[in-house]
Design a protein around this ligand. Sequence first.
Ligand code: MG
Length: 256
Amino acid sequence: MALLVAAFGVHAEDEKFPTGYTDTPQLPNSPWRVHDDNRPRPRVVTPGKADQPAAAPSDAVVLFDGKNLDAWQSENGGPARWKVENGYAEVVGGSGDIVTKQKFGDCQLHVEFREPLPPTGNSQGRGNSGVFLAGLYEIQVLDSYDNLTYADGQAGAVYGQSPPRVNASRPPGEWQTYDIVYTTAHFANGKQSVPGYVTVFHNGVLVQNHTELLGATVHHALPRAVIHEVDMPLKLQDHHMPVRFRNIWIRPLGDK
Ligand code: MG
């Protein structure tokens, strides 16, 4: 039971999380292991000052405007049970991941998040959540401000695969932005024919530049080959930490 609980991130606030691993598999075409504790951490970059929330462009699908989670549901189909107040949605630990009712393929996605203040926990235990593209590929949400953890688990990482180019985190308590361009993998004859890619700006700073997605996100193991539809729900992670989200919008890119 203890192992199971740990795997789902239920933990006492004083539980210490490892800052990395040396017993994990080697990533393909890389000198580094998954969550490698020896992999150099990205250098710190101070992003520009935050402005007001970026207004959604006229052709965007607004997924959360601060009022309700009507565009979302819990992963097993019931209502999304995160707390909505004061213009944000906050993860309620144990209420489960939330997914969009609508499905998306290639897209431009804007998400704003705020890490808990004061910060508690360390490494992966500090402000952990995640944006799962296609519900499968995690762009890690973490309080990576002065918080040592493995490079491929930092904020802006493709979790377990690709560290951010730099650490552009703002301090906890400040709103942060992800602007993400996602192009879906395609599959034919039971295997991947075209890989998926992701580009991510964290607080306006490029952290993933057309990064190939190696497979679905997994903890402590190699990415998993998953065949999926082009259009899939977007998912936000309940990692049992009260991370807040606001101003979420998406522009489906379709064939254009
Ligand atoms: Mg996460």
